[in-house]
Design a protein around this ligand. Structure first.
Ligand code: SF4
Length: 178
């Protein structure tokens, strides 16, 4: 078996949705070499070869894969998260077994939309970033015309978890967050 375990290492409330959780997990081995193959077979994958990240949205759960770990946001609870991790482990192992028959894809095939980025902003339309609305800020972030650190509320303690999710999304976009 290529990947034996995905071990949850950290769980906390998802501050974007108080009824859900956010977690971190470690792979039992480095899976980075498989990213172009997973990119070819997983729908809605966003691959960034430069940042070595693969982002997946599975039924509302945002999963960012790094070679040796992952983060997941908006899981319903730990049972739900473990089911998604079991699904992911199975897909990783299936992809490994079938890799000789898969054409690896090294391109970023899809990007999050402005609305998806907007979900991870404070959504107060406070204008501290210089934009009239959070959605306008999200749209400019997507285009690389705004920097994440212009959203000062995002860096306040209460929004730490939103910020971490946004930093992961921006890293997957390949757009500098600074
Ligand atoms: S500073 Fe942040 S919270 Fe305020 S409008 Fe801009 S994006 Fe929205």
């Amino acid at each position: 078996m290529f990947l034996e375990r995905i071990t949850i290492t950290y769980v906390e409330p998802c501050w974007a949705d108080a009824n859900k959780i956010r977690l971190k997990a470690d792979f039992s081995r480095d899976i980075g070499e498989l990213f172009p193959y997973l990119n070819a077979v997983l729908p809605n994958a966003t691959y960034n070869p430069h940042a070595a990240t693969l982002t997946i949205v599975k039924e509302g759960r945002l999963i960012v894969l790094y070679p040796q770990r992952l983060t997941m946001a908006k899981a319903r609870n730990t049972t739900d998260a473990r089911q998604v991790l079991d699904w992911l482990k199975e897909r990783i192992n299936q992809t490994w077994e079938r890799r000789d028959r898969i054409e690896p894809c090294y391109e970023t095939r899809s990007r999050p939309t402005a609305l998806e980025l907007y979900q991870w902003l404070p959504r107060t339309n406070c204008r501290q970033c210089g934009e009239a609305t959070c959605l306008a800020f999200a749209a400019k972030l997507l285009l690389g015309e705004q920097a994440l650190d212009r959203c000062l509320p995002l860096f306040e303690r209460d929004h730490r978890h939103l910020r971490e999710a946004m930093e992961e999304l921006v890293a997957a976009l390949g757009t500098s967050p600074a």
